[in-house]
Write a protein that binds this ligand. Structure first.
Ligand SMILES: Cc1cc2nc3c(=O)[nH]c(=O)nc-3n(C[C@H](O)[C@H](O)[C@H](O)COP(=O)(O)OP(=O)(O)OC[C@H]3O[C@@H](n4cnc5c(N)ncnc54)[C@H](O)[C@@H]3O)c2cc1C
Length: 404
């Protein structure tokens, strides 16, 4: 059977483009089917941590807009404090620019791309995958579903189990020069207002990205939370908003159990696989990393080093899932004692250093329990109890919202 490519990739976000870059570099024929015309807007803070930058195999410094070395924290818009780092904690950019850059690198490496081609259905035949789009049918030996949070590939291939839906609202705001200068290099975080979620300000070169996120079960309280954030920024922080654009909501899918990430000749990466951090919503690292693991497993299959794509599920479950599961446990603890954790980050050098190390990818969530020394024996028990309290608080908040 003649195919259109060794590997078809649905979606040209970070997961798809990194998989395409790696596979094309190994000499495989790669076809990316992308529903949008690039460059396209994507709802995202586009905060890039060091671990993302380290994982990308080429220089992305030309598209980094701002370097962040300060975080301003509030707990429920109270008890504000700032923490500063001597080196960069993270960098900010815009997703239209980042994704266009990553796609150009994949194309330079030899991948082909068709824009405006939305994948709607996938079926597996003997020896190949049939990929159906709005305008035609394509065939390939393997298919990577990197088509984001509402992945058609994951749905079609039955790979959506154990995904807990999260939701975020974000807008791009233009502000006066003085506010832009004040927030250049500074991220603002409000936590503890919203069970399982937080509000943020990420500075870009000529505007601020502001948003709120949390569990989708609390979606009706998300806009009131967004309004509170804007109100706080204007009234208490003196930010003068001159224009608001692109106020949009977007799902954040979170995998909460080890699962299968492949089915026959199809695998899912990035948001399509539910690979986002339940604590912070960070997903670009997991998209890039899973895209690269996907490429490695497809390569091994295509050169007959591996009889199936099963190693992909194994590697994701072994390398990425422990991080997401530990982040989920920390989230429960945070929901239970938000003020204590807020004050701990304010008062303890050790806590602030640990926060920075996790952002920089020098430490991982799975190292956190070990940091408690002898107390780590209690960690599991504390997480279990805090899950019950956290679930109770979430249900109460769902009923009563900010008035409760
Ligand atoms: C408000 C918000 C803020 C965030 N902030 C951050 C942050 O600061 N840092 C961070 O690390 N993460 C952040 N994230 C998470 C991050 O945006 C995602 O985890 C990341 O984009 C996942 O990359 P991806 O390649 O898997 O999917 P996407 O980036 O969503 O890319 C999927 C691509 O597939 C295309 N597509 C979709 N459906 C189809 C289809 N059927 N056929 C063909 N193409 C299709 C889309 O057009 C898109 O180009 C944020 C998320 C939200 C919602």
């Amino acid at each position: 059977m003649e195919t259109d490519a060794d590997v078809i990739i649905a979606g040209a976000g970070p997961a798809g483009t990194l998989a395409a870059y790696e596979l094309a570099t190994h000499g495989h024929s790669v076809l990316i089917l992308e529903k949008a015309a690039f460059p396209r807007y994507k709802v995202c803070g586009a905060g890039l941590t060091h671990k993302i930058i380290r994982e990308i195999p080429f220089d992305i410094s030309p598209i980094l807009e701002t370097e962040i070395n300060q975080v301003i924290f509030t707990k429920g818009f109270k008890d504000q404090f700032a923490r500063t780092s001597s080196g960069a904690l993270l960098y900010c950019t815009n997703r239209d620019i980042l994704d266009d850059y990553l796609l150009a690198k994949a194309v330079e490496a030899g991948a082909r791309v068709i824009h405006g081609e939305k994948v709607t259905e996938v079926s597996q035949e003997k020896g190949f995958v049939k990929v159906i789009t709005r305008s035609g049918t394509y065939r390939s030996s393997l298919l990577i579903g990197a088509d984001g949070a509402s992945s058609s590939v994951a749905r079609s291939a039955g790979l959506r189990e154990h995904i807990m839906p999260g939701l975020a609202w974000e807008a791009e705001i233009k502000v006066d020069e003085a506010s832009l200068a004040r927030y250049s290099g500074t991220v603002f975080l409000d936590w503890g207002s919203f069970p399982g979620g937080y509000g943020w300000v990420f500075p870009k070169k000529d505007h601020l990205s502001i948003g709120v996120g949390g569990p989708a079960t609390l979606s009706k309280w998300m806009m009131p939370y967004y309004d509170k954030l804007v109100n706080y920024l204007e009234k208490d922080c003196g930010i003068r908003v001159t224009e608001t654009s692109s106020l949009k909501s977007w799902p954040i899918p979170v995998r909460v159990k080890r699962s299968r990430f492949h089915n026959g000749r199809v695998l899912v990466a990035g948001d399509a696989g539910g690979l986002t951090d339940p604590l912070t919503g960070e997903g670009i690292y997991y998209a890039v990393r899973s895209g690269k693991i996907a490429a490695e497993c497809c390569h091994n299959y295509l050169v007959s080093k591996s009889p199936s794509l099963a190693p992909y599920s194994d590697m994701v479950n072994r390398e990425l899932m422990p991080e997401l599961l530990e982040a989920n446990r920390i989230k429960f603890l945070f929901n239970t004692v938000p003020l204590r954790i807020h004050l701990f980050v304010r008062d303890s050098e050790r806590a602030w250093r640990a926060f920075g190390k996790i952002l920089r990818g020098e430490r991982w969530y799975k190292d956190v329990p070990a940091g408690f020394g002898y107390w780590k024996l209690l960690w599991g028990a504390a997480c279990l109890v805090s899950k019950c309290i956290s679930d109770f608080r979430e249900r109460k908040f769902k009923r009563e919202g900010f008035d409760g």
